[in-house]
Design a protein around this ligand. Structure first.
Ligand SMILES: Nc1ncnc2c1ncn2[C@@H]1O[C@H](COP(=O)(O)OP(=O)(O)O)[C@@H](O)[C@H]1O
Ligand SMILES: [Mg+2]
Length: 348
């Protein structure tokens, strides 16, 4: 069923064991998102850029409020307007800019080329329809499949995500499933049209640890099988260590460090990344909370004019507060937003 998606030109193998073509399928460029609030327009995502290659998983990690969800919404053309607006940037899926296109053409891409799984499945599944109807609807809309073809595809994908006796479950309603099974249904729906890109926003956060482990295993397997480009959003570095090839660390609406997951874990350059790693009970464990860095992130309407992490940083100097800090390249596909990275990197 999915053989056609596995590239024959694969020449390297990603962490997940999946075929990696190295071809960038999603390229987000300098994305800027504002919201109109009581404080006026505030910028909550400020110049975010990243590429995701086929067959690889990019983790976006950061504390609550750092702009992960808004980044993914903007990438999917889903920023609610009002109160939001994408004031700058592009999200290129091939040669299509998802930020700039009409709602109608966006609808053609969503689900078919790029799909999203949200944190809370009950907000995206319709309680009034059976899961069979909902999956079949997606398939009919995007593939022009007949009723029976769409039904067959629904069984196929429910089977793929490990729903037992899938054919018998088509007539069940969302509330009849457990949290973990509902999240599998969401994944099945997202995969039904074999998207090139899958964005998953904290898809396991609401689940207990055992179910979370199962869903993460499922992600790894599916990616190996389908060769998708995955953006996996999480606040949990344990999850990143588990399933990501690359990681972008977000703080206060910006990426502060990005690179290969092994490099970042072995040699974090940004004090915030270092703090996150130190806050982890142990590499590979799950469910850790990013809470032990003293202080809290700035509010979007009160961003420090220099380094945004400066108020919480143990390495801060006057120079850090003088002007906005740029994201600079420090190696192959490795960036960091810290003017003291050299010094403090050596100190570790
Ligand atoms: N509809 C909205 N109106 C105003 N501010 C919003 C809205 N949605 C998100 N924000 C703000 O944008 C920032 C980033 O939020 P979000 O992307 O949800 O963070 P994360 O997913 O990293 O926890 C937060 O400061 C949040 O308050
Ligand atoms: Mg979020």
């Amino acid at each position: 069923m999915t053989d056609d998606l596995i590239t024959s030109e694969a020449n390297t193998v990603g962490k997940s064991g999946s075929p990696v073509e190295g071809r960038t399928v999603l390229s987000v460029e300098d994305l800027k998102v504002d919201f109109l609030t009581e404080q006026g327009w505030v910028t909550v995502v400020d110049g975010v850029s990243f590429d995701v290659a086929a067959g690889t998983t990019l983790g976006i990690v950061g504390e609550s409020g750092s702009g992960k969800t808004v980044t993914s919404m903007a990438t999917m053309g889903l920023v609610p307007s009002p109160p939001g607006r994408v004031s700058h940037g592009r999200a290129m899926l091939g040669d299509v800019d998802l930020v700039g296109i009409s709602a109608r053409s966006l609808e053609e891409h969503r689900g078919a080329d790029i799909a999203m799984i949200f944190q809370e499945p009950m907000t995206s599944l319709n309680p009034a329809f059976t899961i069979g109807e909902q999956i079949a609807e997606v398939v009919r809309r995007h593939r022009g499949a007949s009723r029976s073809e769409a039904r067959r595809r629904a069984v196929e994908v429910l089977d793929l995500v490990g729903i037992p006796a899938a054919a018998d479950r088509l007539g069940a309603y969302p509330h009849e499933f457990s949290g973990g099974m509902r999240q599998r249904v969401m994944i099945a729906m997202a995969l039904a049209c074999e998207p090139d890109v899958l964005i998953a926003d904290e898809p396991t956060t609401a689940l207990d640890v055992t179910v979370q482990a199962q869903i993460l295993d499922l992600f790894r397997d599916l990616q190996a099988e389908l060769g998708m480009a995955v953006v996996f959003i999480t606040h949990d570095l344990g999850v990143v260590a588990d399933i990501c090839d690359r990681v972008a660390v977000m703080y206060a609406g910006q990426i502060v460090e990005e690179g290969d997951v092994f490099e970042i874990f072995a040699d974090p350059q940004h004090p915030y990344t270092q703090g996150l790693l130190e806050a982890m009970p142990q590499v590979g464990s799950r469910g850790s909370q990013l809470s032990s860095i003293p202080g809290s992130p700035p509010e979007p309407w009160a961003m420090p004019s220099g380094c945004r992490f400066a108020p919480r940083c143990e390495h801060v100097t006057d120079a850090c507060r003088e002007q906005a800090i740029e994201l600079v390249e420090i190696g192959l596909q490795r960036t960091v937003r810290c003017i003291r990275a050299d010094e403090i990197g050596v100190a570790r």
